[in-house]
Design a binder for this molecule. Structure first.
Ligand code: ATP
Ligand code: MG
Length: 604
């Protein structure tokens, strides 16, 4: 599969990896057959030995945008499949007709691809929709009824809640629990045929109303809901419950390891009960032999701890609130922890994968410091991002002796700098120095503080890749604000020429020339929240918004950046990493987003 190559470094603790390694060695899943597409036991039995050692899946519900927590799950599943010669399916868990939309389906496909994963293996596309299994799910439900393992309950929702009991009290049986198979079958078919109102009755599993695990107290399997479904339209007016649908989806797809987050742990006994009930063969009272609907070995559910990142919220509901209340500018706002937002912010897919890899998998929910992601990001960008000079808070620097030194005010001194200091093969950047320059306002001080080595009257600094200049003073406006910094250029000091280092300087500053610099909008992003756990406890995340999470400034970038393409990433020397915005950037109107600074600021 066209997936990222396997990293060589030692892998962090990951109990799932250990488990799969052992099971593959023991051949636990070696006998499975694969019918070429998802299907029941007979379909797979007619197929070939499953060419995939293991099958995993990433099963998003298409009801929102993916966030960084999903990236963890994506990389875990696709990564394990890659490492063990398996396959990972992308499956849309679209059994809930009301909340799901095509827009989300498309966005999810795009972002999993962006992360670098593929579900195309040997010309088979393993992209599936749970709604394509509705026929089988219905058939399985009738089968459970026939086996006396499910019944139609006509109690009201309140009555059902009240008779379920709680942690200390066992539940009590519904008056409908003992109706006959024939009656149940007839009622269930009436439900399917639209003869009953929404919510009038549900199909329930018949397990144990006194079970200490509340999830086994006859959970609902099917409900009546007249709703248009994005895939099946108006074919159905009954829809399977998530807890019923999900195990069946896994089994039909030949999934070996169904990896989910810890909150599903209490569902595992039902997962196993359901799949076993469908895989078993039984002899009914009338002598018919039924069952064997699913291939064995059945999938097994394994839970791992959720990833929580500091300074980030990962609840779809709260992220939606940020968008709906216009606290951010949409799902792909560069401050959002959605994958769309992170992409626009300039995160590399490699850094997100690295973070996922580095955080392993454990049996407890974990809080990961944001710096883990930020460090992975900077490590990746450091080697890749071309260097460039930019001035973010510009003040003019006038070189007053230019015409005298070079014979003409029009003279331009060509300068060169490596595109990347460690990668000479990337070539060099060209720009030129003239008498009028932009420098950072804070690179000048009329009265220098102790330890300030940049421009102040009487001091010399090097204009990086250019020449040494000596500050002579400044012009100010009526309010005392510096309008121009004045300096003289020191002859024969151009970087890379013989004797250039003769003039000793303690400071080097970045700059762009006024004659060739390109004006650019720079969007300086910072963390969205001021607290490490923005939604901890009862706190409203709206109360801890960072008022300075974005600052828009107009600066200047070096001339080569007029050619920058959307999503090109750069290190603006001394300032940090920037990306050409994938929506608003255009060569004649450059827009760069600050991805991150040059050093970790998340520990502070
Ligand atoms: P949310 O709680 O934000 O709505 P969800 O779990 O309901 O997310 P799904 O679309 O059902 O959203 O998630 C798809 C998969 O991603 C699930 O297997 C889920 O367990 C996993 N997942 C979601 N959030 C995280 C997280 N923070 N860490 C690890 N895995 C996650
Ligand atoms: Mg979910």
């Amino acid at each position: 599969m066209s997936a990222p190559t396997k990293p060589e470094a030692a892998k962090p603790a990951n109990f799932l990896r250990t488990l799969i390694e052992r099971e593959v060695q023991e051949g636990v899943y070696a006998q499975r057959r694969w019918g070429g597409t998802p299907g029941d036991a007979a379909h797979h039995a007619a197929g070939i030995a499953d060419p995939a050692t293991v099958r995993l899946r990433f099963p998003p519900e298409p009801n929102g945008y993916l966030h960084v927590g999903h990236a963890k799950s994506i990389c875990l599943n696709f990564g394990l499949a890659r490492d063990f010669g398996g396959v990972c399916h992308l499956r849309f868990d679209d059994t809930n007709p009301e909340k799901e939309e095509q827009e989300y389906v498309d966005a999810i496909v795009e972002m999993v691809h962006w992360l670098g994963w593929s579900w195309d293996v040997n010309s088979t596309t393993h992209l599936y929709y749970a709604s394509n299994y509705f026929d089988f799910m219905y058939r399985a439900a009738e089968h459970l009824i026939e086996c006396g393992l499910a019944y139609v309950d006509e109690q009201s929702a309140e009555a059902m809640r009240a008779t379920r009991g709680d942690f200390t009290t066992p539940g009590t049986d519904s008056p409908w629990r003992s109706r006959s198979v024939a009656e149940n079958l007839a009622r269930f078919r009436e439900m399917r045929d639209g003869l009953h109102a929404d919510g009038a009755m549900v199909l329930r599993a018949k397990i144990d109303m006194a079970s200490p695990n509340i999830n086994l107290r006859d959970p609902a399997l099917y409900r009546i809901k007249r709703a248009h479904h994005h895939n099946t339209g108006d074919t159905w007016c009954i829809y399977p419950m998530y807890t019923y649908a999900h195990p069946i989806e896994d089994a039909l797809e030949n999934i070996t390891h169904s990896i989910c987050t810890l909150e599903f742990e209490d569902q595992r006994p039902f997962y196993d009960w359901l799949l076993n009930s469908l895989a078993e063969t039984r002899t009914l009272a009338d002598g018919r032999v039924v069952g064997g609907l699913l291939q064995r070995p059945l999938p097994k559910q394994h839970e791992f701890g959720r990833l929580n990142l500091t300074y980030v919220i990962t609840s779809k509901r709260k992220l939606k609130a940020l968008v709906d209340e216009k606290i951010v500018n949409g799902w792909d706002d560069p401050r959002m922890p959605t994958l769309a937002g992170m992409r626009r912010r300039g995160y590399t897919p490699e850094s997100v994968r690295k973070m996922a890899e580095d955080t392993g998998a454990s049996k407890t929910n974990i809080w990961v410091d944001y710096s883990v992601l930020d460090i992975a990001l900077r490590d990746d960008l450091e080697g890749k991002a071309a260097r460039a000079m930019a001035v973010i808070d510009p003040v003019p620097l006038k070189l007053t002796n230019w015409a005298e030194v070079f014979g003409s005010a029009e003279h331009r001194e060509p300068c060169h700098a490596p595109a990347h200091p460690q990668h000479p093969e990337l070539g060099s950047r060209d720009f030129s120095l003239g008498p009028a320059v932009w420098i950072e306002r804070d690179d000048f001080a009329e009265v220098p503080a102790k330890g300030f080595f940049r421009l102040f009257p009487g001091n010399k600094v090097r204009l990086k890749y250019g020449m040494v200049v000596e500050c002579t003073g400044c012009d100010k406006d009526a309010d005392g604000r510096v309008t121009t910094v004045l300096a003289t250029v020191v002859p024969d000091t151009k970087s890379g020429t013989p004797g250039a280092d003769a003039a000793k300087v303690k400071g080097t500053i970045t700059w762009v020339s006024q004659h060739d610099a390109v004006p650019a909008e720079l969007r300086l992003y910072d963390r969205l929240f001021t607290e490490a756990q923005p939604d901890a406890g009862d706190r409203d995340f709206r109360d801890v918004l960072n008022p300075a999470s974005v600052k828009l400034v107009h600066g200047y970038v070096e001339p080569a950046l007029a050619q920058a393409q959307r999503e090109d990433r750069f290190q603006f020397e001394r300032h940090g990493y920037f990306v050409a915005d994938r929506v608003d950037h255009a060569p004649d109107q450059p827009v760069f987003n600050r991805i991150t600074g040059l050093r970790d600021s998340w520990g502070k």
